[in-house]
Design a protein around this ligand. Sequence first.
Ligand code: ADP
Ligand code: ZN
Length: 742
Amino acid sequence: MTSGPVIARVIVELALDREFDYLVPPELRGTIVLGARVEVPFGNTWKYGFVMAFPAKSELPEERLKPIRRVVGSGSYLADDVIQLARFIADYYACAFETVIRTVLPAPVRRNNDKFLKQKTLAMTAAGEAFLADAGTGAPKQRAVLALLKEQGAMAQRDVVRAAGVTPAVIKALEDKGYVAPGEGTHRRDPFKDHEVLRTEPLVLMPQQAEALAACAGAIDAGGSAVLVLNGVTGSGKTEVYLQAIAHAVAAGKGAIVLVPEIALTPQTVDRFRGRFGDVVAVLHSDLSDGERHDEWHRIHRGEARIVVGARSALFAPVPRLGLIVVDEEHETTYKQDEAPRYHARDMAVVRGRITGCAVVLGSATPSLESVLNVRKGKYREVRMPHRIDHRTMPHMRIVDLRLDAEKQGKPNALSAELVEAIRVRLDRAEQTMLFLNRRGFSSSMICQKCGEAPKCEHCSVTLTYHKVTHKLLCHFCGTEYKVPDRCPNTACGDPGFKFAGLGTQRIEEVVRRIFPKARVHRMDSDTMTRRDAYRTVLGDFKSGKIDILIGTQMIAKGLDFPNVTLVGVVLADMSLQVPDFRSAERTFQLLTQVAGRAGRGDINGEVIVQTFSPHHWSIQAARRMDFEAFADQELAFREELDYPPYSHMACLTVRGEDAALVEKTIGEVAARMEPVKGAGVVMTGPAPSPLARLKGEYRFQLLFRARQSASITRPLRTVLREGKWPKGIHLSIDIDAVDMI
Ligand code: ADP
Ligand code: ZN
């Protein structure tokens, strides 16, 4: 009688949101493991699935359970902690479990059970050895190959050909003589095949770094799930702290995961990890080929690559003995996935830390208010690094009041006289300039060109959006409609020059070219950067001085280091400030701080010029003074007052479809069914048209919920969604802890 579990609960690759129980046949009882890949009977076909649990008993009587046909591949694909994390995500984000599994296991790993790339290997035979030992000097090429195999052991044929500098004919001759024996090995598809980096040694740490490292090392050694917020200004040496904290984990036999916001935009970051740790580093991100992703995943799974650097989904990497998770730039919104499962990788890193029992480090120059509040509540520990490594002061930030500029120049201008002058000075000195425009800016918010006023909802304090069809201003939080004022609603102003705040990078490019016809100007945004390598090319040109003025969106704000950039201009800070989202001030503060970090990285002091209609706004003023605490105090007070996150959880339910009336009817029905939750500590606002009310031919409406506990929203919402009969062509989606309200 074989011992071991008799029943296995299997998740099958179907969108059914449920697991099925199967009988473990006797021959598999001692060997089948949690996370094993299995083939099971399903209806009258066979399906693949993964073992998610071994329940003691099933809802069905045992004799009705069908047996597992076979185990496919070897070992466990999903460790217990990762399964638990996946369950948590499905529950928390109200998403089907197998949808989560599909995110957790990369497609090439999930689908192919043995897709290692085979290649021919060569090993020396006894006859070969004897021939080599024979003192003769004939057949020097064949001898060279044998000598190589003697030194290296069995090798891939392609490596032998390359290393010995011989033709395949030489190999053929050796094989025919029986001096070498062919075999089969695995060829690793290496994402860095032709990309060598210089090895680096750990730097001697500055006192602030040493302190931060000690905190990280302490957390790793404690083996608990402490969360550290590493709040360090740009250039304070955070990455070096991560590197040494990881070295500490690895020395203790543990592994580490490093999450970075957008790997394609920050190849330098990956290089720094590879430079320090070499092949022990694996990368996981969307730019890999299927083969590379498959092989990298298995390298991690086998314990060969102990350090994983990657985007969002690298959080699920199968690292054995995980000791540390680092989330770099933890405030970035790219950590939130914008399709199901709509998980936030930073938040789930903390959850994985808790489940797995490992330290979590959240690093940023502008930590999210969620993390700040957790520090203030004592849940997370904060370590600060207030100084730049080189002791250079942060660049000087100048705020240009566009209202005054318009008055002086007699008309509003895209570039103020001050910014034009500053660019001219840089051109004369052969220094470089970067100009930023917030891409997510919303051309449908209105703004007074004289006083900077943008009308906001009386109830929600969120900027209103203009809807052409109805010619109304609308709050997309609560749905309240307002008449479009014919003059500025600020009674002290009352100016009739009330306009849309939109401005595009193309327009800025035209203006710049007109004012500086001789300057070498380049524009970089998602329109011009359709090819992947175009990004690298332009940045290369900029770095080597072939471009004087680079105009772009946030795309150019991230992690780049250009010593000759001495001027950074933010063309219109209002574009991020007046985004119809309660986080607009936070995003503006982050953007300005980050942008400031781009200027003056070399020997010359940098300058930042911020153009705005709202020079006195606290996020702009705090960014100018580099006063993160002051900003956090004021912004947290505002959030608490209105009960916005991080003081509450916010969920957004979106209904979309081509038939506008049907969309409205459906969301009305959801709202009616959710009505009872209002008494239970949940605030429901809307329904209202989504800020992008029409997208790809579909109409979109939304309902917003706020509550102290997200479960008091998701639980009833799940029930409503499951029980309702929704018309064809209508799609409902839930976004828990939505980070982007537009
Ligand atoms: P951050 O990640 O906080 O922006 P980095 O880790 O990129 O900062 O450090 C900024 C620069 O300072 C890098 O060029 C890095 O190599 C260098 N640096 C970091 N720590 C030290 C140190 N202890 N001694 C000398 N240079 C350092
Ligand atoms: Zn409102």
